[in-house]
Write a protein that binds this ligand. Structure first.
Ligand code: URA
Length: 231
């Protein structure tokens, strides 16, 4: 890939700006300054990128995959209405490169949120056909007994549907904590399923999306991940 195109694909700015950064000898790759904008570069071989003395984030190309520990009080939208956007937790450069959330979490839901610029991956992860499991830790308003798990796995009606929706797995960790796995992604699905089973969600945390978990990411932190490594 031509060096100038690589810098543009990294989201560093227009062709003109990238050319002048190169011509002025301001960009170093793996510790060495490259002053030829037509130099060929292998994106996979770039481990560090510097602008003057500043280390820049190296964005995997052509696709990048982000795992964010979503905090409460953030909307999963590029155009939030009442709260800040989850995208404000990420570097602007990723937003310039067309990042989208893989499904949505409600403003008050915390936990695993995947984001990517890979539309095919996004579609695979969210399409009902692929049944990707999502595991939630649900804090319940009312004490629950074991029969709530059987009810959720047997299927409950969400008010606008003709068919029931079933959980893949449901287990009580204690009387007020339900671990619920679903493989659909309907609007407010967990809150509505729990309400249909006669309880109410007080807090909702997504522990896993497919094979991806938070590991040791603190709220608001994020990392790149490799979708092939986890699959
Ligand atoms: N189900 C919900 O009700 N809310 C979420 O944020 C995710 C799943």
């Amino acid at each position: 890939m031509q060096f100038i195109k690589y810098l543009q694909a990294q989201g560093l700015g227009s062709r003109k700006l990238c050319r002048s950064l190169i011509d002025d000898g301001r960009i170093a790759v793996n510790g060495g300054v490259i002053e030829d904008d037509k130099a060929e570069i292998d994106p996979a071989a770039v481990h560090s990128l510097h602008l003057d003395d500043e280390a820049l984030m190296v964005v995997p190309l052509p696709f990048f995959y982000v795992l964010l520990h979503k905090k409460g009080g953030y909307e999963t939208s590029h155009k939030p209405q009442h709260h800040p956007s989850v995208f404000s937790l990420l570097p602007d450069r990723l937003c310039l490169l067309g990042i989208q959330a893989v499904g949505r979490l409600d403003e008050d839901t915390t936990g695993v949120l995947l984001l990517t610029n890979d539309g095919a991956f996004n579609h695979r992860m969210t399409s009902p056909k692929h049944k990707v499991p999502k595991r939630y830790r649900v804090t319940l308003k009312h004490a629950a007994a074991e029969d709530v798990c059987a009810e959720l796995m047997g299927g409950v009606f969400l008010h606008d549907d003709e068919e029931t929706v079933c959980a893949d797995a449901a287990e009580l960790a204690d009387s007020h904590t339900l671990i619920l796995t679903i493989s659909q992604g309907r609007y407010h699905q967990v809150k509505r399923m729990v309400a249909a089973a006669g309880n109410r969600v007080e807090a909702l945390h997504r522990e896993a999306f497919g094979p991806w978990t938070l590991a040791d990411l603190a709220p608001g932190e994020w990392c790149f991940f490799n979708p092939d490594a986890a699959a």
